[in-house]
Design a protein around this ligand. Structure first.
Ligand code: SAM
Ligand code: SF4
Length: 444
């Protein structure tokens, strides 16, 4: 392996979930602390970090093609680090198949990236896919991220072992970050301009910790603590598991004004037999009853979910049960996927894998139903007067883009600035966004 001069510029490319976005930001902060600067858009970087996702098919192949694309015209490559869940799952193979890669680092070890980088410049290749018990978070520098919205990882890993899912293997066991560290990080983000913080975790509502007096609290307790930060206006959290929706968290939706009326609660299927085979430990009915309680606490809440079609053995009738559940809920938004066998998971070797053509047809029907409901939800919002957090400029001069409390994209024209929370009347609805009329600028 060749030696290289110490890199001066970096680019971090994150794929997949919001937790990867957060991890990508943290790696960028680590590199910035070492004096590297972000390569300007469209310019070559001395170091490229590919922060990968392994949740669905072809993830690994995508990494190899991304690595290939980094090759420059003169045949050289930047220093390349592969991070994230593909690194964790297939690190050794990446090292043997892709000589251009000098660093492979798993999602629990990326705080050690600067040390690996030093070795890489001397021509040494290194893999670190340890899952150290001591949390990486304490080794990371203070946040530098600025802007009106921010992610904050509060919980990592998963002990649920849904039979289709790779997360428990790539992200390890559930851990919760200490409450005081989270308050400090949130404070820092708010000082840098954050008006909205989204709390992240693979099972964010499994978060537990201690308050200042050493009493055990759950996610609702953490939300109430963060709601006391005066300049923080909005709190969201994702992704939750139905089994960890505690009474306290449901009640918080009715009690904490800053907690936005939006809940992403994946269900995956409407068939109890499929849910059992998935090891989901909830039924369609228990999920629907849970949503009734959430709606009782916060009647205007927007609901969102995740769905998998074509889990091994899923019959036509079982798929119809998923469509019935969708009809019963009326989702404001949702994510739906074709089942993808993940190496090493129990479902990958189950009998009755479903043909791709069947999955395609089911996904189309499901997405048609979900799109119908999303449009209906947006149309039902027309005429409402709500607060919009301004996130960026729109496509046209004088246009702004922001989010409603229900996480809808709203564009409007008028006097505003990024980070403002303005009052808007929702005027027209499309499937993916609404247009609004600015009523009053309200500076947060
Ligand atoms: N922890 C969350 C939960 O319990 O639902 C979700 C985390 S997972 C990163 C995000 C979504 O990816 C899941 O809700 C599921 O719908 C989808 N997913 C996970 N494994 C999958 C697979 N093997 N094939 C297709 N979709 C999958
Ligand atoms: Fe994956 Fe299930 Fe854990 Fe969600 S709860 S991360 S779907 S194993």
């Amino acid at each position: 392996m060749r030696q290289s001069p110490p890199p001066r510029t970096y680019r971090v490319k994150s794929f997949g979930c919001q937790m990867n976005v957060y991890d990508g930001e943290r790696m960028a902060e680590l590199l910035a602390e070492r004096g590297l600067s972000a390569a300007p858009e469209g310019e070559d970087a001395d170091l490229v970090v590919l922060n990968t996702c392994h949740i669905r098919e072809k993830a690994a192949e995508k990494v190899y093609s991304d690595i290939g694309r980094l090759r420059r015209e003169d045949g050289s490559s930047p220093l390349i680090a592969v991070a994230g869940c593909v690194a964790q799952a297939e690190g050794d193979e990446i090292m043997s198949r892709a000589p251009a890669v000098s660093m492979v680092v798993g999602p629990q070890a990326y705080h050690r990236l600067p040390g690996m980088l030093e070795k890489a410049t001397k021509g040494e290749r290194a893999t670190d896919t340890d899952m150290p018990a001591d949390a990486k978070f304490s080794a990371l520098p203070a946040r530098r991220k600025a802007g009106p919205t921010a992610f904050l990882t509060v919980q990592e890993g998963c002990d649920k072992f849904c039979t289709y899912c790779v997360v428990p293997y790539t992200r390890g066991a559930e851990i919760s970050r200490p409450c005081s560290d989270l308050v400090t990080e949130a404070q820092r983000l708010v000082e840098a301009g954050a008006r909205e913080i989204t709390l992240l975790g693979q099972n964010v509502n499994a978060w537990t910790g201690d308050d200042d007096k050493g009493r055990a609290i759950g996610l609702d307790g953490l939300i109430k603590k963060l709601a006391k930060l005066p300049d923080l206006q909005r709190i969201r959290y994702t992704t939750s598991h139905p089994n960890d929706m505690t009474d306290g968290l449901i009640a918080a939706h009715g009690e904490v004004d800053k907690l936005m009326p939006y809940l992403h609660l994946p269900v995956q299927s409407g068939s109890d037999r499929v849910l059992k085979a998935m090891n989901r430990s909830h039924t369609a009915d228990s999920y629907l009853r849970l949503l009734e309680r959430v709606r009782a606490a916060r009647p205007d809440i927007a609901l969102s979910g995740d769905f998998i079609v074509g889990f091994p053995g899923e019959t036509d009738a079982e798929f119809e049960e998923t469509l019935s559940l969708v009809d019963a809920v009326g989702y404001a938004a949702a994510f739906s996927f074709k089942y993808s066998p993940r190496p090493g998971t129990p479902a990958a070797t189950m009998d009755d894998q479903i043909a791709l053509a069947v999955m395609d047809e089911r996904l189309q029907r499901l997405q048609a139903a979900l799109n119908r409901d999303q449009l209906a939800f947006n149309k039902a919002s027309v005429g409402k007067v709500c607060k919009v957090l301004v996130e960026r400029r729109g496509k046209y001069p004088g246009q702004w883009l922001g989010k409603s409390p229900w996480l809808q994209s709203v564009h409007f024209e008028g006097e505003a600035a990024i980070g403002d929370i303005v009052t808007v009347e929702l005027a027209e609805a499309g499937p993916n966004s609404l247009s609004g009329r600015l009523l009053a600028p309200t500076i947060a």
